[in-house]
Design a protein around this ligand. Structure first.
Ligand code: ADP
Ligand code: NA
Length: 326
């Protein structure tokens, strides 16, 4: 029977992080055989806050190189850059006309981001969820792997799809948010109460960090004065985060990791976590560096991806246009 379809995207608004790898991209690699996957580099979402143009273009292409280096196979997945497929903008506009101002006002991510960017709260930042709905619905995706922070947007996507289907006739597949069970939640090394994020470079390990940077960042990672390597998110957030990272990097269970460091201090534990991360990221960084130099290859991948995406997107958009009277 037909494979289920998955859509997901990451904004090229910064460098990919250890969090995005352990929480998302690594899971995508596991999904690529069982599902038909569409992985998009969402540069149109990135411009909802101001970006440096040259850097944005470079990051979009580097992100593709890094996806491939992480193990995403361009022959198995559709991988492309959002702005290369104009159907996203077209359907995004249309769906904005089927989305209520009140619904958009309730999005917690808008509330947060508009706090962070008070001097530049654009209409794009506000209507972002309508574009995200278009991203997903254009491909009739069955599932959208998301972090908890994006779940509300997928629910809104379902509401918009259901509304449109109800007004006209069945047009869109209703997508389900899909929170993969394996996905590790990686916290900031400097402030383990917060998610590791590209917007907090101090507490963040990037996929392209050199081994010496990784070692330095883990050396400075916040722990506690208790000295025992045990998992307790509430009382030992820093150590618990390091254990999570160690297990995600080595494939060991929490119990095995706790046993391994029993009776040893953080002076042994922290460098061991750093080394595990260095070895996890080394092949990814080396392959990314090689691919980032091969501009012709990357161009062939994103052109081919955009062509395949457009084929699917056009089918959906034509149906929509016909139904609404274009
Ligand atoms: P965007 O800017 O496109 O919203 P992010 O870079 O914040 O994306 O995240 C990309 C993906 O990686 C999302 O699926 C998100 O849930 C996941 N992710 C990001 N940071 C972490 C983290 N610290 N721990 C686990 N997953 C993360
Ligand atoms: Na995010």
């Amino acid at each position: 029977d037909k494979k289920k379809r998955i859509f997901s995207g990451i904004q090229p608004s910064g460098e990919l992080t250890l969090g995005s790898y352990m929480g998302a991209i690594r899971n995508w690699v596991d999904l690529q055989d069982e599902y038909e996957c569409i992985y998009c580099i969402v540069d149109m979402h990135a411009i909802t806050v101001r970006q440096d143009p040259a850097l944005l273009r470079k990051r979009s292409i580097n992100q593709l190189a890094q996806y491939i280096a992480c193990g995403l196979d361009p022959a198995k997945n559709i991988m492309f850059i959002q702005s290369h497929v104009p159907q996203h903008a077209e359907l995004g506009w249309i769906l904005g006309c089927y989305t209520q101002f009140g619904e958009l006002s309730r999005m917690t991510q808008f509330k947060q981001k508009s706090q962070q960017h008070q001097s530049n709260i654009t209409a794009g930042l506000f209507t972002y969820p309508a574009l995200m709905a278009a991203d997903i619905l254009l491909y009739q995706a069955d599932m959208v792997p998301v972090g908890a922070d994006q779940k509300q947007h997928v629910e809104l996507t379902r509401d918009i799809a259901q509304r449109f289907n109800g007004l006209y006739s069945d047009t869109f597949t209703l997508p389900d948010p899909f929170i993969p069970k394996m996905g590790a939640r990686v916290m900031s090394l400097g402030n383990p109460e917060n998610k590791m994020s590209k917007s907090d470079p101090d507490g963040c390990v990037f996929l392209m960090d050199k081994p010496e940077d990784i070692r330095r960042k883990f050396k400075r990672a916040v722990t506690d004065s208790d000295m025992s390597v045990t998992f307790d998110r509430e009382n030992k957030a820093g150590v618990s985060n390091l254990l999570t990272i160690y297990c995600a990097a080595t494939g060991k269970t929490l119990e095995a990791a706790e046993a391994e460091f029993a009776g040893q201090g953080y002076g042994v534990f922290k460098p061991a976590v750093a080394e595990a991360v260095v070895e996890t990221l080394r092949p990814i960084r080396e392959e990314s560096e090689r691919l980032m130099k091969d501009k012709a290859y990357l161009e062939s991948v994103y052109r081919d991806g955009a062509q395949k995406a457009q084929y699917l997107a056009t089918k959906t958009l034509s149906k929509v246009q016909r139904k609404i009277g274009f």
